[in-house]
Structure formats: C-alpha cells, structure tokens
Design a protein around this ligand. Structure first.
Ligand SMILES: Nc1ncnc2c1ncn2[C@@H]1O[C@H](COP(=O)(O)OP(=O)(O)OP(=O)(O)O)[C@@H](O)[C@H]1O
Ligand SMILES: [Zn+2]
Ligand SMILES: [Zn+2]
Length: 804
C-alpha cells in the first residue's frame, strides 16, 4: 500500500483561476499532525501563502510534476470543523464567491495571517547595489525598506531582476498572556529567608509573608497588587530564588469589569407560553422546523428567547442568538449575561481582534455555550446546537453586501438541518419573504399581538410638514412636536427623536449660482460635517476643508443644506437651551464604550432627549421615554429600491415601538411630506397585515420578490464605455439562455455611477427559481474570469438587499 502523504489545500489567492484545491505533499515531521480544517503555509508560485487543508491525507494525485511540500503547519487543532468545511463549499457555490473567501469569513480576523514581504538580492545584483541596500545582510523587509526610503529603488531593481520578493506568512500572536507567580520555597524555608531580609526592606518582607500564606499555590501577579507589591519586588524575589515568574495565557474578556445585575426568569404570559411550547416541541423532537415569531414591539420576544436558550442548555446543547449589529446594545448583552453569566460569548465589530478571538475560542472549547452577535456569529464554532434565533429577522444587514454575499438566515437553516434543531425568526415587522413563507406553511407562524405591559401600542400622529412650511415655520420641528416635547419634559419624562438618514446627507451649495460640491472621484455630492468643518465623500473617503468661496462664480454665499443629526442638535439647543441632548450616530459612537455611556445617561435620566439615526430604533427598552418623534419619515421612501416602502414601514414601526414601554403611556409624532402614503398611514395604525397584503399586490404586479427572485449583476471598469459594453454582453448571455419566466432589467448606470474613478453598471435578472438559472449564472461567472484579466469586474449578487 502506498503511503498517504498528499493533501488538498485551498490557497489564499481569491481569483477565479486559483479557486480550486491544490495538492501538496506532507513532510515527514508533520505526518501525524495534519488534519482537515487546519491552516498551513504553502509555497505558491514565488510566494509563501496561507492555505486551508480540506482533505484527509491521500495516496495519489492527478498532478503531473513534482508536488511541493507544505512549508509549515499553523494550528495544533483544526480551526474549521468538517461541518464548516462543507458549509464553506455550499456558500461559495450558492453565492458565486471563492472558497477561500468563504472560509475567511467564518473565522475570526486573528486567524487571518499577515503577509510580510522581503526583498532578496539575486545573482545579477552589483556589488555596489548589494552594499547600498542590503549592507551585510541578504534580505531586507518591505517595512524596513519603506522606512529607509529604499522602496522605489528596490522595486526598480525588481524590474531588472536584480532582487526578488519573498512573501512570508506571519501568524499573529494569538494568546494574550499575563505574568503569574510560582512560589519556589516551602513555609519553613521562607521563614528562614525572613530572617535574612533587612528590616527596612518593607516590600520584600511583605512579599515573603504573602508567599508563606500561598503555601506553594500559583497566582497571578495581580494578586500581589492589593498588598502593594509590584513587579519590581516580584523580580527581586525571583532573583533571590523565592519564586519564579511565568507567562500564563488569559482570556481577554471585554465585559470583565462590568457588573451585571442577575436577571430572573419571568413568569411567561399566555401568548409567550404558546410560542415557547411550540418551539420546545420541535427541540424535543430534534426537528429543523423554522418558526416565524411575529410579536409586536414590547410583546416580550426576548424573554421567550431566553427561556428557550435555557432549555437548550438543560439538554446539554448550545444556542446562537443573532441580532443586528446596531441592536447589540449593552442592554441586550446585559439581559443575556444577567441570565446566563459566563456561558455567553458576545461577538461584535467593536471588539479588538484579540478579544474577538478569545470569545470565539471560548465557544470552540466549550467554555461558553451561547453565541450572541451580529451576522457572522452564525458561524460560531459550536458542536451541538439546540436552537438558532435571528432577532429582527427583517434587517437587511443579515445579508453581507460584499463577497461572500451570504444571508445569515439561509446559513441558519443549513446549520439547523445539520444539527437537527429549530430556527426562530423573530420580528414585529417580518420581511415579506418570511411572512409569505409562513403563509404558505413553509415556516410555522407564531403570533404575539399584545404588549407585555398590557397597554395598547402608542397612538401615532402624522404631521404634514407642507403645512408647517405654509405657516412659515422653517425649523426641522413642527409646532406640534415642539409643544409635545416641552410638555413631556415638563412632566419629567424623556423624548427620543429619530432622524431617518438612509440615502440622505448634508451637502453644500452656492446660493448665487447653485453650484454643489461634488467628489472628484465619485458621482456624489460631498457631505458637510459640522464638527470638523470638512467636506467628505462617504464612498471613497476624499475630504477637503470647507471652502470660503464658490469655485464656479467666486462668490462667498455658500450654504449647507440637508438635515444631519448635528444640525438638528443645534436646533434643539436653540429651542430648549436648558435641556440635555444625547446624540447617537456613526460619528459619536465610533469609540469603544461610547454607546454604553450614552445609553446609561438616558437610563439614569441624566439626559432629557435621545437624538439619533436608525441605530436608536431597535431594542431599546426605556420606560421613561414616552414621546417618540420622527423628524423626517420620507427619506427612505423614494430610494431606487423596490423594498423602499417596506423599509420605511419597518423603521417607523420599530421606532414607534420605543414609546410607552413601561407603566407610563406613550405617543408618537411622525413628520412627513407624504401623509397619504400607505407605508405611513399603515404604520400609523400599527397595521402590519394590511401593509403585507397591499405590498404583496404591488410586488406581484411588478414581478418582484417574493414572487420573483432577483439576481443583480454589477459591472465595473475605469473606462465608462468598457463597463457599459460588458454589461451589455452579460445581458446578451442572459437573453441567449432564454430561460422561461425570466426578465432582464437594464443594463443601466448604477445609482452612483462612478466610485473611486470606476464606472458602474448594473443589470437585474428576475426569475422564478428555475433550476436552469444556476447554470446560466455559472457560465457568466466563467466568462467573467477572462474579463477580470482586463480589470473588468463582474459581481453576481443573488437575492440582493440593496440596489444602490
Ligand atoms: N412575562 C413577562 N412578564 C412581565 N414582564 C415581561 C414579560 N415578558 C417581557 N416583559 C417585559 O416587557 C418588556 C418588553 O419585552 P421585550 O423587550 O422582551 O420585548 P420585545 O418583543 O423583544 O420588544 P422589541 O421587539 O420592541 O425589542 C421588557 O421590559 C420585559 O422585561
Ligand atoms: Zn457660485
Ligand atoms: Zn468619492
């Protein structure tokens, strides 16, 4: 029998040509160690790259030529389980991305290695050049070359083949360590030592005493701090042979210093009990049933989740709870940690890579059993999942907008099937797709129509802003909203104000000639930022100081237009000078912990008004907020997206749901220029069912989801005409394929037709789920392989969530 010393590796080169396994031979010393799912370093062309082992060792290869050896093994145990290896293949196939991209997405960033580049002299280099750039060494790192200003020269030498570049994989330091102390002497010996220490060396005396008490036990160096003994003294103790210091790996716990109140199980109400029982039945039967839990805002969905998670734990199983990034508020985390303590691992984008890795590792080694987090937490490395929950299932952020363009809901169903466990999709305003599936019996519908405080949902009033204009009120605030804010705050209650910012920004215009400031690289207006007085491009990052004169006419009457949170804040300060505002938006919450601090100000009633963007519409549960105001309901209504009405309805309903959640009753005021639009009038009456029916009719008429599936092709190139011509070729291929029941829309310029000097065209392909579609898409993907050599990029987005 031949020795099995060949394995298949997926290499970290995300291009179409390399999107397949490569065979490598296993060097003798790694033979017993290597397993599928481990990361390795492999030679590839002239480089050394990261790769994922995806097969068991095998005896033969189809490759004709000599196989190269694996250079290094990077893991001591697989980072991808067999389940994950299979899931990656599924994701790559369904979303037209590269396998290596799928695997990268599943793992914490810390496991994605850095590449370090080195310049090496070749035999053609002259003695003088060698001496100049390498002195006595035979390599120089890219970073060092950059620092010394050699980079341009070395790149030139590379062109003349006088130096070569070597790529090396640098695995980052994975474990955080902490100094620990191992006492080296017993009680009696230490007692003798005590006699030898000078009586004035107070710290050393104290150290010996503490060591005597420890009686040989290892402790963290931190332990000594409470005796005022610090590192210098410990080091002195080590020199005297009393103790040794060593590095102990520790978990970085982002929540370590936060005191969390314990929460007790609540007595479930009847509607909660029914939902709970239905899901528990599926859990007991190990059935991968999908439930749509449709419960109005404040109906107590979260409590149902918590009690079902407890069920999973009781069975010795694990659970995943996905929430949109923006509702990963400290409130939510506290509710979970309060109930389940250290069993919870929280994964979100504000963690450092190290913290993120440690949370991931806790799940992998079983220290934690509940994964809570945003989209990518669906890949939590759990072994025996008993329940998967997607809260706010309608949120579009559950679908990744870059490769791999997976939807967490689809991944959840795939994993549930493997683990034999149910999935809960929870929402007050389910996506039309999910609700339609529940209607057809594909999902099981569970409804919770009542608020748990037994109060009615708050009354909602629409305020026609055109009227305000007619009355010469040019503020962002209608008279009614101003009056109600005053009255609410007079009663000692709080106000939440939301600014609907989607697709909207502040821009600057010349009042004399109408000139608007555009990004030089993109076809968008620059956004004006008040705090640093800069014009910025939100697409490419371009920025410039606020100009004093108009570049077109030379006049100085420049004016900022639009409603930004900063501008509204200014107006609030003008209208209510004695009140405190907390402003939450992308700018104010970037810093770690800022979220927490702001919400605490509201919870502690240190602020009267919470002003924010979409990010405050979800999950917040503050009983003293009784007035909700929506400054501009309409901005999301006329986006070039067939889901515009659905998004608007959902957002208004969610935000309205923040009012009157405690014993005090609430009210909601929505300012709009479209008071007759059905998305607004139905949100006003909390009427999801009628909205669903109305919107479904519109979707059917226009052949949109959920009646039709959509595929979006985006073609880009630095040349406008080439991009357009390629988009036309894609359209041609689709037409040629001639699959029954399909429709092609476009090609047309993308909404933002130029970003970073690349021109964008898009094409929509509508179909009815016909099997033949996949082949057509695959054929286009294959063609795109050739185009990509000419820097023409085609991306395929299956079931896109955005059309911008
Ligand atoms: N069985 C119960 N008994 C008493 N209070 C409850 C019960 N269930 C939930 N609550 C309380 O009702 C309030 C709303 O519950 P929760 O936040 O879970 O609702 P939700 O449906 O998740 O809301 P939203 O979708 O608006 O975020 C909370 O303050 C919660 O503590
Ligand atoms: Zn001008
Ligand atoms: Zn730009």
């Amino acid at each position: 029998m031949q020795a099995k010393n060949i394995i298949e590796v997926i290499v970290d080169v995300p291009t179409m040509q390399t999107d397949r396994p490569y065979d490598y031979s296993i060097p003798e010393d790694l033979k017993d160690l290597i397993q599928p799912g481990m990361r390795v370093q492999v030679p590839f062309g002239s480089r050394n790259l990261l790769g994922y082992v995806i097969s068991d060792p095998k005896a033969t290869t189809d490759f004709e030529g000599e196989l190269k050896d694996i250079t290094a093994l990077l893991d001591d145990e697989p980072v991808l389980s067999p389940e994950m290896l299979a899931l990656g293949k599924q994701i790559a196939a369904e979303n037209f991305c590269f396998l290596v991209e799928a695997y990268h997405t599943m793992l914490p960033n810390l496991l994605k290695v850095d590449y370090d580049k080195y310049f090496l002299p070749t035999t053609s280099i002259s003695y003088r050049e060698h001496a100049q750039y390498f002195s006595d060494f035979n390599e120089i790192s890219w970073a060092e070359a950059e620092e010394k200003g050699y980079l341009a020269d070395l790149i030139k030498l590379k062109k003349d083949n006088k130096v070569s570049i070597d790529y090396r994989v640098e695995d980052r330091k994975r474990y955080k360590t902490e100094k620990w102390v191992q006492p080296l002497m017993g009680f009696d010996q230490l007692e003798d030592e005590l006699q030898n220490v000078r009586k004035t060396a107070k710290k050393q005396l104290a150290l010996v005493e503490v060591l005597m008490e420890l009686d040989g036990k290892k402790v963290s160096a931190k332990y000594f701090e409470e005796f005022d003994i610090h590192m210098a003294t410990l080091k002195a103790g080590a020199e005297k042979g009393w103790l040794s210091l060593f590095d102990q790996p520790v978990n970085r716990d982002p929540y370590a210093n936060i005191v969390i109140e314990k929460s007790e199980k609540l007595q479930l109400q009847a509607q909660q009990e029914r939902a709970f029982a239905a899901v528990k039945t599926a859990m007991d039967a190990q059935k991968d049933e999908v439930f749509l839990l449709q419960g109005v805002t404040g109906s107590g969905k979260t409590e149902v989740y918590l009690q079902l998670i407890q069920e999973a734990l009781d069975k010795g199983q694990e659970a995943i709870l996905l929430v949109p990034e923006i509702s990963l508020t400290p409130q939510m985390v506290n509710r979970l940690k309060g109930r389940f303590g250290d069993m919870v691992a929280v994964l979100h984008s504000q963690l450092s890579t190290g913290e993120h890795f440690d949370e991931w590792r806790k799940l992998k080694n079983g220290q934690a059993k509940i994964a809570v987090g945003a989209r990518s937490s669906i890949f939590a490395p759990l072994h025996n999942i008993g329940l998967i929950i997607l809260d706010e299932e309608h949120e579009t952020t559950y679908k990744q907008s870059d490769n791999p363009r997976y939807h967490a809901r689809e991944v959840a169903k795939w994993r549930a099937n493997k683990h034999g466990c149910p999935v809960i999709l929870g929402s007050a305003t389910p996506s039309l797709e999910s609700r339609a599936r529940a209607q057809n019996g594909v999902y099981t519908l569970l409804e919770m129509p009542e608020r748990s405080n037994h109060q009615a949902l708050p009354p909602v009033e629409l305020i026609d802003m055109r009227e305000e204009f007619r009355h010469k009120n040019y503020y962002q605030f209608s008279r009614k909203l101003r009056d109600e804010m005053q009255a609410t705050m007079d009663r000692g209650e709080q106000v939440a104000l939301m600014l609907n910012r989607r697709g909207y920004a502040n821009f600057m215009q010349c009042r004399d000639c109408g000139y608007t400031f555009q990004c030089p690289n993109c076809d968008v207006s620059l956004t004006y930022h008040y705090h640093n007085k800069q014009l910025q491009c939100h697409y490419c990052g371009y920025n410039a100081a606020r100009p004093q004169t108009c570049p077109q006419c030379g006049q100085t009457h420049l004016r900022e237009f639009g409603t930004g949170t900063e501008k509204v804040e200014q107006e609030i300060n003008e209208l209510f000078p004695n009140k405190t505002v907390v402003r939450m938006d992308m700018d104010t919450t970037r810093r770690k912990g800022s979220h927490e601090r702001m919400l605490k100000q509201i919870a502690d009633k240190k602020a009267d008004i919470l002003l924010g963007t979409q990010m405050i519409a979800k999950g917040l549960d503050f009983p003293n907020i009784t007035l909700v105001g929506i400054i501009n309901a309409d901005t999301s209504l006329y986006l070039p997206d067939f889901r515009a009405a659905e998004r608007t309805f959902q957002l208004l309903t969610q935000m309205s749901g923040r009012a009157g959640r405690g014993d005090l009753s609430g009210q909601v005021l929505i300012q709009t220029y479209n008071p007759d639009h059905y998305a607004l009038t139905l949100a006003q009456h909390h009427d999801y069912d009628t909205f669903y029916q109305t919107e479904m009719r519109y979707r059917k008429l226009n052949q949109y989801s959920p009646y039709f599936y959509t595929v979006r092709f985006t073609v880009s190139n630095f040349d406008d005409h080439t991009a357009m011509a390629t988009a036309a070729k894609v359209a041609h291929m689709l037409r040629e394929a001639n699959v029954a029941g399909t429709k092609i829309i476009g090609p047309a310029q993308s909404t933002i037709s130029r970003v970073n000097n690349q021109y964008y065209y898009q094409l929509l392909y509508q179909h009815r789920g016909n099997q033949a579609i996949h082949q057509v898409l695959q054929a286009i993907q294959d063609r795109a392989q050739n185009w990509s050599k000419d820097k023409i990029y085609v991306s395929i987005d299956v079931d896109p969530m955005t059309f911008m």
